[in-house]
Write a protein that binds this ligand. Structure first.
Ligand SMILES: [Zn+2]
Length: 69
């Protein structure tokens, strides 16, 4: 992931969802606390069967940052 791409996205501190930088609220958990300090991302299609989703505690499909702080 290049720096240019990561600057356009931010992650939700609560659920790690990756959102466009202009988003004001997280559609997943309704949190408004975000961070632009994230790295790596995964796209979860089926949280039920995804091992990554279980590891990251994700229960909804979508894009998620692997590290978000
Ligand atoms: Zn969230």
């Amino acid at each position: 992931m290049s720096k240019r791409v990561s600057a356009r996205f931010k992650c939700c501190l609560k659920c790690k969802a990756l959102l466009p930088s202009q988003a004001s609220i997280c559609p997943n958990c309704k949190s408004s606390e975000f961070s632009t300090d994230w790295s790596g991302f995964v796209i979860i299609f089926d949280p039920e069967t995804s091992l990554i989703a279980k590891t990251l505690n994700i229960d909804k499909p979508g894009r998620y940052a692997i590290k978000c702080r």
